[in-house]
Design a protein around this ligand. Structure first.
Ligand SMILES: Nc1ncnc2c1ncn2[C@@H]1O[C@H](COP(=O)(O)OP(=O)(O)OP(=O)(O)O)[C@@H](O)[C@H]1O
Ligand SMILES: [Mg+2]
Length: 238
């Protein structure tokens, strides 16, 4: 149980979107940001989502991450229909099934690395000693075993993002969702983080990443391009 390096043994589809639509309404004005998106992602795939500004990437990401629900269509996450869930159930799905990595790291500055990493386990009411063991193991996995007591401000950008990746891994989620994870990193730190994603992919993790950068997308085995709220192309690259 403590070996967080172990990939999920389950196989099959992690994500199944069927004709997903998202309409934003402000006053009497409606805008359809997603116009019928169908997408299946299998356990163990590494997928990059690309597309021009305003094409609907963040809208799609918010739905995949259970931060928002579709206006129409269905979303199965690891077999569970999340399109009709209420806020409370969605929060639980986010916490247990999805590991998030954001462009701005989103670490709590006052907490040492291991306390940041254990947060998803705290919300899931995992006992204290198990939390610490798992968060230290996750930090070792991302190469920061010697930094567990450092606060974010005492680490480089690349190290902070690796702490965020450790936090995303610690609950062994079905899905790792990353929104421009290298957007704030220089080329060396970008390479470190991408190498880490490569390793997680090799271990069978399912990763979906949004990026503007071709060099980042090139690392994924599949590139999905979004345009005007629809999937414009979907190709296997590796
Ligand atoms: N809350 C909202 N209310 C109304 N319209 C919205 C809202 N959020 C997004 N939109 C619109 O939906 C469309 C898609 O937005 P989205 O943020 O998904 O694009 P994106 O592909 O992530 O763009 P970027 O690369 O600039 O981040 C845009 O036209 C945007 O203006
Ligand atoms: Mg966006």
């Amino acid at each position: 149980m403590l070996d967080i390096a172990e990939a999920e043994p389950a196989s099959g589809e992690v994500i199944t979107l069927t004709d997903v639509r998202k309409t934003y309404r402000s006053g009497s004005i409606e805008f359809e940001a997603l116009r019928g998106v169908s997408l299946s992602i299998e356990q163990g795939e590494y997928v990059a989502i690309m597309g021009p500004s305003g094409s609907g990437k963040s809208t799609l990401m918010n739905i995949l991450g259970c931060l928002d629900v579709p206006t129409a269509g269905s979303y199965l996450l690891a077999g569970d229909d999340v399109s009709e869930m209420d806020e409370i159930d969605l929060a639980q799905v986010r916490n247990r099934r999805i590991g998030f990595v954001f462009q701005q790291f989103n670490l709590l500055p006052s907490l040492p690395a291991w306390r940041n990493v254990e947060l998803p386990l705290t919300y899931a009411h995992v006992p204290r000693d198990v939390r610490k063991a798992k968060s230290v193991a996750a930090l070792e996995k991302v190469g920061l075993g010697d930094r567990i007591g450092n606060r974010p401000g005492e680490m480089s950008g690349g190290q902070q993002q690796r702490v965020a990746v450790a936090r995303a891994l610690v609950s062994s989620p079905a899905l790792i969702l990353a929104d421009e994870p290298t957007g704030n990193l220089d080329s060396t730190a970008t390479e470190d983080v991408l190498a880490l994603f490569d390793e997680l992919h090799q271990q069978g993790r399912t990763i979906v990443l949004i990026t503007h950068e071709a060099e980042v997308a090139d690392r994924a085995g599949r590139v999905v391009r979004v345009r005007d709220g629809q999937i414009h192309s979907d190709r296997i690259t590796a």
